[in-house]
Every structure is written in C-alpha cells, then in structure tokens.
Design a protein around this ligand. Structure first.
Ligand code: PDD
Length: 297
C-alpha cells in the first residue's frame, strides 16, 4: 500500500499524483486548473471480471483528448496499464468502472497556459459496475430531445461538462433517462451516450465528427452489427428520421446498450424494445462473456 495503511477491503482506493490512498484522503489544491477552469480531460473504462474492456482504445481516445487540449500525456501507455491493473486489484468488485482524470495542474489563476513545467494532476478512481436492471432491459427507458448547445469540440472528452450536465438535467426533470441532442436539425448524441436508430431493419448512426464523442461502445456495436449481418448505414440522421424510427438505442461504457422506448412522451415503434435491439443486446452480452469473462487475473 503506497500511501496509507488505513485502506480496508471495502474502502475505495484511489490514485492521485503518484500514490494510492483512500478516497477520503485524496485532496487537490483549490488552484487546480480543473477546479478553476474545467481545464482537463477524462476517460471512463468498464472492467469485467477484473479485465479492463477495450483498454487500448480508451487510452487512444485519452491521447486524442489530451492532444485536443494541448496537454502532454503525463504517463506512458505501459505506466497507464500498470496503474490501471493496480487500481483494479486494489478495489472490490469483479465488475468496476474506472474514472481517469487529468488536469493542467495547479497554477496561479490565469486563462493562458501555466509555465511548461507545471505538473498535471492525475486522478483515478474505481466504482462498482452494476449489471443492467432486468426491468430496464425488458421495457427500455424514456428520453427527451433538446437542442445541442455545446461547443464544437465534443470529440474531446473534456471535464468541463456543464452543458452536458444542464442538458441531462432537462431529461431528469422530465422523468427521462437521457436527453437526445439535435444540432441544426440533425442527431448528434445523448447528453452522456451515443445514439443509434433502427428504421426498416437498418441500423443508422451519425458519422463521427467534432460534434460528438467517438464512443467506444458505438464502435463495438458497429463491429457486432457488421459481423452478424445487421445492415448498417452511417449517415447524418435528420430529426424527422429520429422521430419516426422503429427503434432508438443509447450506448455507453456504463449503460452498455439500452432501448429508448419513449421519446418526448411518444412511443418509439410499438413502445417496447424492438427485435434488432434484442439481437444486439444479446450479441453484446455474448461478446462481453466471450472476451471478458476470463478467469480473474
Ligand atoms: N460518457 N457521448 C457522450 C457525451 C458521453 O458522455 C459518453 C459516455 C458517450 C459514450 O461513450 P463510450 O461508449 O465510450 O462510453 C457518448 C461516460 C460514460 C461518462 O461521462 O460517464
């Protein structure tokens, strides 16, 4: 145990700037640029049977986000892998999700970048990843639509999530599980998820661009569709197609694939998870089981 001997089996151990410690002991100075400006990036990585899912892809996206904010990667890929392995081992739960967070460090408040030798802040924590509730899988969830009023670099997984937070809360206020975002009449993504639709048996998804996060689950779903003869078309999705879709799904690392069965109070298709969703949900679970349910390392 690097920092404190007090960590018990049931107390989450986090990593902060070179040491593992109980969550309650982790402190950052108030002048951290993450706190002052939201000047940083993050990742969320699911862990199944103590194996991180698509780790290489998550670390690649982290690099893309760091490049996007012009912050050097503080750790080598091998070091990230070693720390992630240690974080998983030091926390309870066969299934976890990891939160990685890097800011431009602590410096006097100035909008411009701090001196080049300012050490970035590196924080990681693990939480329990709970299996999807069976009722949710059987019935799906509801969503509302809202105008996507975020910035034009949504491909960067930035910690400055205030627009996403406000948009997500619109959904919560309406009793919905997600807010689906539309920009200039086209679907972008959810406030915290990627969105797919199914129309006449064809899976449709918006193409990757700076207007949406390159979802790791989005890629897995497209790979599974291609490998299992689910016809798929990547093209801009106008609002009218979203509203007349037979099925709508959301995907994310923590929610996997979920059917959206109500949109703005109207049923999607017949108001129940559709056949293509059921197929994809099973494919996703099978894929997870075959690649991840390995003996615990
Ligand atoms: N968010 N789009 C946005 C805006 C997101 O926040 C997320 C996930 C996704 C899906 O990406 P992925 O499949 O790689 O998880 C798309 C995470 C889970 C979060 O912020 O907690």
């Amino acid at each position: 145990m690097s920092a404190s001997g007090r960590a018990s089996k049931h107390q989450p151990l986090v990593y902060l700037n070179g040491a593992f410690m109980p969550l309650e002991d982790a402190r950052i100075p108030v002048l951290d640029r993450g706190f002052i400006f939201g000047d940083g990036v993050y990742e969320v990585i699911p862990v199944y049977s103590r194996h991180p899912f698509r780790l290489g892809e998550h670390l690649q996206r982290l690099q893309h986000s760091l490049d996007g904010i012009r912050l050097s990667n503080p750790l080598s890929e091998a070091r990230w892998q070693a720390l992630i392995t240690e974080l998983i081992a030091r926390n309870t739960g066969e299934d976890q999700y990891l939160y990685l967070h890097i800011t431009r460090g602590v410096a006097s408040r100035d909008h411009a970048f701090p001196p080049a030798d300012t050490a970035p802040t590196v924080f990681m924590m693990s939480s329990l990843l709970l299996p999807a509730n069976p009722a949710l899988r059987a019935h799906g969830v509801s969503a509302i639509c809202a105008q996507d009023n975020r910035w034009l670099h949504c491909d960067i997984k930035a910690i400055s999530l205030l627009p996403n937070v406000l948009l997500r809360q619109l959904g919560v206020d309406a009793g919905a599980a997600e807010t689906i975002l539309l920009r200039d009449g086209y679907l972008t993504e959810g406030a915290a998820s990627s969105i797919f639709i199914v129309k006449a048996g064809i899976l449709l998804a918006p193409p990757q661009s700076q207007l949406m996060l390159p979802g790791i689950t989005y890629d897995v779903v497209l790979e599974l569709a291609a490998a299992n003869d689910i016809p798929c078309h990547i093209a801009p999705v106008p609002e009218s197609e979203l509203r007349s879709a037979d099925e709508i799904w959301l995907t994310s690392s923590t929610r996997e694939v979920q059917a959206i069965t109500q949109l703005d109070g109207q049923p999607v298709g017949n108001g129940a998870p559709g056949p293509t969703y059921k197929k994809m949900d099973q494919l996703y679970q099978d894929f997870k089981a075959s690649t991840m349910r390995l003996p615990t390392p």
